[in-house]
Design a binder for this molecule. Sequence first.
Ligand code: 13P
Length: 330
Amino acid sequence: MTDLVAIARSLFVKGKGILAADESVHTATTRLANYGVPASAETRRQYRALFLRAPEIERYLSGVILFSETLLEKGNDKKLFSESLASRGVSPGVKVDLGTEPFSASPQEFITNGLIGLSERLLEFKKQGAVFTKWRAVVRIDGDTLPSAQALHENAKRLASYAKEAQAAGLVPLLEPEVLHEGKHSRARARAVIAETLKTLFSVLDEFSVDRAGIILKTSMALSGSESGKHDTPEEVAEDTLAVLMENVPPQVAGIVFLSGGQTPDEATENLAAIARRAKTVNAPWPLTFSYARALQEEALALWKGKEENVSSARSAFLGRLAKVSAALN
Ligand code: 13P
């Protein structure tokens, strides 16, 4: 377990964070289509290479979360992506859940699948070079009715089972109960739902005897819903986000990372900067950093458009955004 704690902590290096590059085939297909790139195994590989083989990412990234297919793929240099990342000091992680499906007890909500066969898959991922893993659950807010306590509890049980198995396999679990930004809710409601989600999660993690010091939490920021018509200031986001984390996340947790959740790259950067400032003021007990997908990728994808001649300018945009997000942590 000491090793796991050390690996988890090693992902929190000053000024560095984690790139989420673990879009499923379905999500990658939609993302590429948004930029006019037809999806195939090869365009997905090129999409991954755009980010994973960009020069100097090791200045800003301690880790990357990969999709399982990418763990077995190579860059144009014929080296496995996982090996070239590791040789540059960037730890490879992998998404191990198998996506969501409607929850039978409350069909407007989702539960995450992937526990069947998980221990075998974890051993394979470990052989393939992964040192940490991710499991994502989604929490949907709708008025005062959703999320249901039942869905929160079922997702927490699955996150805890996964975390227990990952730790047993010697892989750091990164637990992502994502409270969705989509919706008309207020920031106060988002904060209350994040609180409920975390309370449920940590109580179930204790029931399952998961070692808190050997997990990473990936969380949403407390934001007004994307259809609320309200735009929060970074200070408001930071105050509510730190308050809900201080109240509900045990101090032993190895560290906390944030998802971008559909914020623009600038919003995700400015909100992170305010959160990092506030964390110092309130003496937050855990290290904090980013683990963004869209906020880091968006500007580069808009330039790339699937064309080899745009790779260099797209990578410059990616590096530029990484530099800004990294500076936000100071
Ligand atoms: P976004 O930063 O695009 O929200 O993605 C993070 C992530 O890992 C979603 O599972």
